[in-house]
Design a protein around this ligand. Structure first.
Ligand code: BTN
Length: 266
């Protein structure tokens, strides 16, 4: 029998770590939004504060990277967090995506005891199946400067395998399809918010070390799919200090790929 799992702001607030309590009143949970990222970006333009977090039990128009849609049925964890750039140091900005992936891995491990791997740049996998996607989007202010970043996180918490649409059924997975972990979504959300807003931004070298340890692909053959160009096979050799992927082609030449321009297949 499936255990209790009602996504609600109270259940999240009560689990926040002391250092992140300042954002307790900035958490809002809804039954359905078109996209938590979209609503939060609008709120950011209208002055929402650092630490504002939106969650939805389901999304009607969930969005993923590269303009894909993100399957968002009831029972998943769909959340967006607002990071104001004036609360960050400049050098932290390009590392937000990497930090987000590490934070979600740690929260998943804490709540489920399972250790996710990362597929560059920020998909989380368990047993080779994608259980989480992350979409970080910038928000520009009136003068055209970057005023905030919205980090959107979608976790397949209790989705059952047969619920996934056919085109992703082979590649998608879920954290707790049998509903065995009580309050999985409130606990995960609290763990994620506590880490984002209650922990100092780690040093770059330490973070990259943790990121490399979690990457499932280093040393492996991958298929690189650059947008608008022909795909090719290469070895995933390393990630550099900015999180770019270094691939080694058959002829030994190395190329540095940024997350915006490619898509990979293991
Ligand atoms: C990806 O895998 O391509 C990224 C998926 C990001 C999905 C999350 S769910 C919460 C937030 N709202 C959205 O519309 N997208 C992000």
């Amino acid at each position: 029998m499936s255990t209790e799992d009602r996504l609600n702001a109270e259940g999240i607030r009560g689990r926040l770590r002391e250092e992140a309590r300042f954002c307790a009143e900035r958490i809002r949970a809804y039954d359905c939004l078109a996209s938590t990222n979209r609503t939060l970006r609008e709120m950011a333009r209208n002055g929402a504060e650092h630490g504002t977090t939106l969650l939805a039990d389901r999304q009607s128009r969930g969005r993923g990277r590269l303009d894909h849609s993100f399957f968002s049925p009831a029972g998943g964890l769909y959340m967006s967090l607002l990071l104001r750039t004036d609360a960050l140091r400049g050098e932290e900005l390009p590392l937000i995506t990497i930090r987000s992936a590490l934070i979600v891995c740690d929260a998943v491990e804490e709540v489920t005891g399972k250790k996710p791997e990362i597929k560059w740049v920020n998909d989380l996998l368990l047993g080779g199946k994608k259980i989480c996607g992350i979409l970080a989007e910038g928000v520009t202010g009136m003068e055209g400067h970057l005023s905030a970043v919205v980090v959107g996180i979608g976790v397949n918490a209790r989705t059952r395998q047969e619920e996934f649409p056919e085109e992703i059924r082979e590649t998608a997975g879920s954290l707790d399809p049998e509903g065995e972990i009580p309050e999985i979504r409130n606990r995960l959300a609290a763990g994620i918010i506590s880490r984002f807003f209650g922990e100092p931004f780690p040093e770059r070298a330490e973070m990259m070390e943790q990121y490399r340890e979690r990457l499932c692909m280093l040393g492996r053959e991958i298929e690189v799919l650059p947008s608008g160009r022909k795909g090719y096979r290469a070895k995933a050799a390393d990630v550099d200090e900015n999180g770019n992927l270094i691939v080694e082609k058959k002829d030994g030449r190395r190329e540095c790929m940024s997350s915006g321009e490619i898509h990979i297949r293991l």
